[in-house]
Design a binder for this molecule. Structure first.
Ligand SMILES: NC(=O)c1ccc[n+]([C@@H]2O[C@H](COP(=O)([O-])OP(=O)(O)OC[C@H]3O[C@@H](n4cnc5c(N)ncnc54)[C@H](O)[C@@H]3O)[C@@H](O)[C@H]2O)c1
Length: 263
């Protein structure tokens, strides 16, 4: 299937790790130039090298997406200066996923952790959208994808503020899809359930008993496919949605979740 993505420029927040890393690599394989915005330089530099090895240009910019002025500087000074345009924006940055810091009830979660979810996931997505959208509008073409989470659709008693932040992202996505549609900018949310990434093992063992056969069976039992998604499953959907093959698809939440929730 011809995706017509070669030569495009993608900005990927959180592109240095996990699902965001896989998205960066998948785009690079399609000939898309990559700008990663994240807060872990070491990992980011590694992904940049992996992208360049696939024959595209790539850059890492260390930046906290919750700080709008730093984000604007990153986009204007580092990305537009280098590439001259932005065609695709992927919002994947999120804090604490690896440390399991989100696995707490509303009564147990420390207020500063709650606020960090809102700041990075929701405000970060607002900041990056507001920064990048005018450039897409000026070229009458763009794709924006928010990486959501199924708990933002179902709720989760042990991830209340994380779930609320992800639900907020859905409201943002639909609003931007309505606003940007006339400018040929398609906007969607890809919503994973639990997804295996390179970094996942420790979290899954700690929080879900993934280390034992019994734990694995119990966990995958919640999925009709009896397995967990891997980061590549999410990246495949993101790449498709950004291609010309999805030119009439906007304002949707698409779960890639082995049927974990169906809505
Ligand atoms: N892995 C899962 O099971 C799963 C499930 C559902 C949804 N998600 C969502 O998918 C996305 C990626 O998750 P992951 O598991 O790959 O996470 P990860 O921890 O591997 O990667 C998170 C990325 O976000 C970046 N980041 C964190 N805080 C930042 C900040 N303040 N400013 C800029 N960058 C920041 C990190 O540098 C890293 O690149 C997240 O939005 C997460 O909520 C993941």
């Amino acid at each position: 299937m011809e995706l017509n993505l070669a030569g495009k420029v993608a900005v990927i927040t959180g592109g240095s790790s996990g699902i965001g890393r896989e998205i960066s690599l998948s785009f690079a394989t399609e000939g898309v130039h990559i700008a990663i915005i994240a807060n872990d330089q070491h990992k980011g530099d590694k992904v940049v090298t992996e992208c360049r090895n696939r024959g595209v240009d790539a850059v890492f910019i260390g930046c906290d997406v919750s700080d709008e002025s730093s984000l604007q500087a990153a986009v204007n000074d580092a990305i537009l200066e280098k590439f001259g345009k932005i065609d695709i924006l992927i919002n994947s940055a999120a804090p604490y996923v690896r440390t399991g810091g989100q696995i707490n009830t509303i009564l147990e979660q420390k207020p500063e952790i709650s606020e960090r979810f809102i700041d990075v996931i929701l405000k970060g997505a607002i900041h990056s959208t507001r920064t990048v959208l005018p450039f897409m509008m000026s070229q009458s073409w763009g794709r924006i994808i928010y990486i959501g989470s199924d708990v933002g659709r179902t709720g989760d008693s042990h991830q209340p503020v994380y779930a609320a932040s992800k639900a907020g992202v859905v409201g943002l996505m639909k609003s931007i899809a309505q606003f940007a549609g006339p400018h040929n900018i398609m906007v969607n949310c890809v919503s994973p359930a639990l997804t295996l990434t390179e970094e996942d093992e420790e979290l899954l063992v700690k929080n879900y008993g993934w280390g034992t056969e019994e734990g694995k069976k119990k966990l995958t039992g919640a999925y009709p496919t009896r397995k967990l998604a891997v980061a590549e499953d999410i990246a495949n959907m993101v790449v498709f949605l950004c291609s010309d093959r999805a030119s009439d698809l906007t304002g949707q939440v698409i779960s890639v979740n082995g049927g974990f929730c169906m809505m």
